[in-house]
Design a protein around this ligand. Sequence first.
Ligand SMILES: [Zn+2]
Length: 213
Amino acid sequence: MKIIEGLYGFIWQSPSENNCNSYLIDGAKKILVDPGHRHLFQHVKRGLAQIETTPEQIDVVLVTHGHPDHLETVGSFGPATRWAMSRIDYEFVMKYIGSRVDFPAPAFFLQEGDLVLGDKSFRVILTPGHSPGSVCLYWPEKKALFTGDVVFSQSIGRTDLPGGSGKQLKESISRLAELDVEVLCPGHGDVVAGRENVKKNFKTIKDFWFNQL
Ligand SMILES: [Zn+2]
């Protein structure tokens, strides 16, 4: 589905099976955020097909963090597709799966700061807490924020998985809440659209969830 000009969301809606939302930023370069589980790659393929795009045409795949429901499919695009995630989460994943890894190494690592891809500029924000090297991606031109599993509509990422930290998640969410965001694109669940709704969402999270961390 088209979210705003140049941004499409492939929102995962099955209640019985877990997978992440994937997003396509369509410009001089085609950038896909979070490709999801391998056995559910059809979801991404179908979303791309609706806008007459194939996986081979994706220039860059960006992965918010190292959990399999976001990461697994990085190797399923074209031979020219490059992919990236944070070094911290990559090393974390390698520690767990090591020699069983069945996808190529990242072409580059996502680190805190500016990221320019084709005609688009982003800010990479290191947001540990759900995983040690989670990153969020802020797109100032559209005031869009891709939050992975840090923040959702009305909820937050779990902190009980290896490398998780409630204290860090709180700090990460507080940093994100400072940004001017008009569309919040989470790794699971609904997109939050509209500046006021995004603000309200951060407020709900601080009021309710921060007490649980
Ligand atoms: Zn996750």
